[in-house]
Design a binder for this molecule. Structure first.
Ligand code: ZN
Length: 502
């Protein structure tokens, strides 16, 4: 049950989960299809299990809502009940694989994944191996880790290793069947990093993940480091290091302790850096006027739909349109009413378009009104061609390409993370001719647009919204305090180091 919950975003109800809800053999069929819809770690798990030898999958349930607010608690309970009943009905199992994000809260439960994992453990008993994969933006609780035998988190952000981590879970499962006894060591460091400080190409998180992999020994079967997801706003938020030892925990304790020290020593570097909207408009205007100016991608951080942003704030659209920027493409803006209106008006015609936007921080003025021409229409679905969604079926619903003077906007009916050129290309856009591409996603866009834009011209913009990159601007209520970077003047003692010396 896969959801990344932003406590400041609107609740995720059953309908959203039903967008990807598979039971029984449909899970196997999707996992083994050419263009699967479900999480790629499940696909990687199937592939590797198939490769490693005969097995009999007993698929139970997969539902995924991507990123949003808290899960509706009633739906969460119903889903968990279905899972437990199914586990009871299928009889003895040799193992269970769980594929959750790790940052799910419900409207009543801040540790959704922990409750989920513990319930599965409770149902199958203490002797059935449980392996789970997590997104490194998961917020780890002791309950989550204690319920599982081995936790495997992705090592990349953008998350390009989902298949590999699913495969790793399968390999570890085989080891458990061969008699390996896992000993996990969890240490939580009081850092709640903005997600722009958690990339794995460079920076403090990249160095930490690298150090973990480099210092693996034969006594260690997995090192998982999770930066967490600040916007979940829970008391379990932290940077979490989970090192799992093979048959003993000596090396695992040492490595977990060293990594925790490294994270804490680098705490000052877990901060967000982004340009202002005004600077972004200036650059876009210059790029539109001068063809020798490099093309850019601007990431609208305050409306990152990969983190629960609604994909419809108008800050960037309004500023770029009013600023007179040319050659701009905004991808993707979610507004099904606007798509409907565009279809009604028809290709080539112009109308008074209302972009219905989120009013977070806008005092009721969420919408943006402008004359717009309908350039193209598309009915979806699409197959991803680049980056982390390559080969996957994508479901933006009906789409429209609208033009407002020098600004074009890809409007989708459903939330669709604009991390693949296919959304624009399906509507006839020549991305190579675009001067400024605005995306409502933080992480997975460089691997999508690097055909058109150099990495040094992929810029982050500090826009307001439910996914603001500046922690001090968010109304956090439940984070553990003190915590870096909201609090800076405090000491922390590594509990593993204290244990060793004591
Ligand atoms: Zn993530």
């Amino acid at each position: 049950m896969f959801l990344e919950s932003n406590a400041f975003a609107r609740k995720v109800d059953e309908a959203r989960f039903r967008g990807l809800y598979l039971e029984g053999d449909d899970i196997t069929a999707d996992a083994r299809s050419d263009h699967p819809r479900q999480m790629l770690e499940v696909v990687g798990f199937y592939d590797e299990m198939d490769r490693l030898g005969p097995w009999a999958p007993v698929p139970i349930l997969v539902t995924m809502a991507g990123a949003g607010g808290a899960a509706d608690h009633g739906f969460f309970v119903d889903t968990l009940d279905r899972v437990r009943r199914a586990l009871d009905q299928v009889g003895p199992l040799d193992a269970v694989y769980l594929c959750n994000h790790g940052a799910m809260i419900t409207t009543e439960e801040p540790d959704g994944d922990g409750v989920f994992f513990a319930a599965v453990r409770d149902t199958v008993g203490p002797d059935v191996p449980l392996v789970g994969t997590l997104d490194p933006h998961g917020n780890v609780s002791e309950r989550m880790v204690d319920a599982l035998d081995v936790v495997v988190a992705y090592r990349t952000d953008p998350h390009v290793d989902q298949r590999e981590r699913g495969a790793e879970a399968a390999q570890l499962l085989r080891e458990l069947w061969d008699g390996m006894t896992p000993h996990h060591v969890l240490v939580k460091v009081p850092i709640v990093a903005p997600n722009v400080a958690l990339f794995t190409d460079s920076g403090p998180f990249a160095e930490l993940v690298d150090a973990g992999q480099q210092q693996i020994t034969s006594q260690i079967c997995n090192v998982s480091i999770l930066g967490g997801f600040a916007f979940s706003d829970t008391s379990k938020n932290s940077l979490a290091i989970i090192v799992t030892g093979r048959d003993c925990d000596v090396d695992a304790r040492r490595l977990a302790s060293d990594l925790a020290d490294q994270a804490w020593a680098n705490r000052h570097r877990f901060v967000a850096e982004a340009i202002s909207i005004d600077e972004a408009v200036k650059l876009a205007v210059a790029a539109g006027r001068d063809p020798t100016f490099p093309a850019m991608v601007l990431s609208d951080l305050g409306d990152n739909c990969g983190a629960g942003g609604p994909a419809n704030t108008v800050w960037m659209l309004e500023a770029l349109h009013r600023g007179g920027a040319d050659g701009v493409l905004v991808v993707n803006f979610r507004d099904r009413h606007l798509v409907k209106a565009a279809r009604h008006v028809g290709i080539g015609n112009t109308f008074d378009a209302t972009f219905t936007g989120d009013d977070w921080g806008r005092e009721g003025r969420g919408n943006y009104l402008a004359r717009a021409q309908v350039i193209a229409l598309h009915e979806g679905p699409l197959v991803g061609r680049r980056g982390i969604v390559a080969g996957k079926t994508l479901t933006p619903g009906d789409m429209a390409l609208l033009e407002l003077d020098g600004v074009r906007v890809v409007v989708t009916s459903h939330t669709a993370v604009g991390n693949d050129p296919i959304f624009s290309e399906a509507l006839g856009v020549d991305l190579a001719a675009s001067r400024t591409i605005v995306v409502k996603v933080r992480s997975s866009f460089p691997v999508a647009y690097d055909e058109f834009v150099d990495s040094e011209h992929m810029l982050f913009v500090d826009t307001p919204g439910r996914t603001s990159p500046m922690p001090s601007r968010m109304p956090f209520e439940s984070l553990p305090r003190p915590v870096y970077p909201l609090d800076t003047d405090f000491d922390w003692t590594n509990p593993l180091a204290a244990h060793e010396s004591g």
